[in-house]
Structure formats: C-alpha cells, structure tokens
Design a protein around this ligand. Structure first.
Ligand SMILES: [Zn+2]
Length: 218
C-alpha cells in the first residue's frame, strides 16, 4: 500500500489534509523531538505529526544524540535554555514551578522530548550523558491519554503529541495549541475505525511502554 511521504501513513489514513486545515503553530518554546529509530517505522507514532504542525520544531532520529551535529549546535547555543522532558527524581515540575521571564533572560527555552518506549528512553539517556545531564522537567499527571489504540502503561501516560501540547500550554499559556489535539483525535478516530473494520492490520497488541510525563522511570 502506498504511503504518504510526509506523514508516513497509508492511503486514506494520511492526515496531511487535516494538518493543512490548521495554521502552523508558532511557539517561542522550541521543541526538539529525539526519536528512537524504531519509532520511525511505526505508522501510529505522533512525533512526525507534532513536527509537521509546530513551526521551528526539530525531529531527529538517531541513537547517538550527544554526537549529533544538530543536537550539539542546539545545546552549545548560549542563547538557549535547554531542558529535557523526563520524569525523574529532582526534575522541575513546570506546572507548579513554571519558568519566569527573569530566569530565561530573553533566551529561548528549548525542550528535548524523547519519542520511544520506556525501554528505548532509558537506553537513550544511558547512552547520551549530555542529554541525560540537561535539567529535567515534568508536569502533573491529570489526564488520561486519548491514545486508545496504542496502550499506555498507566492511565496518566500521554502520547508524545499530548505531552508536547501540555508542555506548550504551560510554557506559553496564551498560545493556541488545540490544533495539535484536534488532528491527533482525528487520527485516533480514523485508526480506530480501520481497526474495528479489520481493514488495517494493527501492530502487536502487546502493551508498549511509552514516555510518560509523570511516572518516575526506575
Ligand atoms: Zn500524509
């Protein structure tokens, strides 16, 4: 079956028209998605969708992020404050303790977001001490994921696009980010319909452990 080269989805499940129906989201906060290579092959991933909708975002697929020229340029930029979205002991809950303009001093807040399974994420952090040593941020778990066809390990775990929408809603409360969720919901609905009709063979039903915003990874 032919796949759309932009969203990597096949035929009528392509969501590019949905994306075009919304203006690109222009955020001051830069989102850099670090995607595990395995995620690129998954048509149900949300990293590409997020990247296509967020102007100025980066999507980098690799295992060696510390050695990646784009990552090196971003983390070495003195005009940026770089953080990684990852729930771990000592991380900053930006819902309870948001960044203030005085802290940022006019610098650009850059949030690295790992796109992959829990296992992949732990592996990426272990093998990339530069990313691992960035200040970590998180937010409160208060919303069940709408990612119905890709089972989450717990109700409070969010997909990559939901997590990023949440981050932006906290770092830029005035920014309209609802389109991210609208296109995401539409994609979920389409996928569920196909799944129900057995028109699409879904990946293994084995529960996968995805990045979450709040549960500590141990
Ligand atoms: Zn497409």
């Amino acid at each position: 079956m032919n796949r759309c080269l932009k969203c990597n989805r096949s035929g009528s499940t392509c969501y590019c028209d949905e994306i075009r129906a919304h203006a690109p989201i222009v955020a001051s906060t830069q989102i850099v998605i670090l995607r595990h290579p395995r995620e690129r092959k998954r048509s149900v991933g949300t990293a590409q969708m997020t990247h296509l909708m967020l102007k100025g975002s980066r999507l980098i697929t690799d295992r060696d992020f510390d050695g990646h020229p784009q990552v090196q340029a971003i983390t070495a930029d003195p005009e940026r404050v770089c953080v990684v979205l990852f729930p771990k002991p000592g991380c900053r809950n930006i819902e309870e303790n948001p960044f203030t303009p005085q802290e940022l001093l006019g610098k650009k807040l850059t949030v690295f977001v790992i796109d992959g399974t829990w296992l992949d994420a732990r592996q990426i952090l272990r093998s990339n001490p530069g990313i691992c040593s960035l200040p970590a941020i998180s937010f409160n778990a208060s919303k069940e994921s709408e990612y119905q066809f890709r089972k989450q390990p717990a109700e409070h775990c969010l997909s990559t696009i939901e997590s990023i929408q949440r981050v932006l809603s906290l770092t830029e409360p005035g920014l309209s980010t609802g389109a991210l969720l609208e296109v995401f919901r539409s994609m979920v609905q389409t996928q569920l319909e196909f799944s129900r009709n057995d028109l699409v063979r879904m990946p293994s039903g084995r529960p996968r452990r995805q990045i979450t915003n709040s549960a500590p990874i141990v």
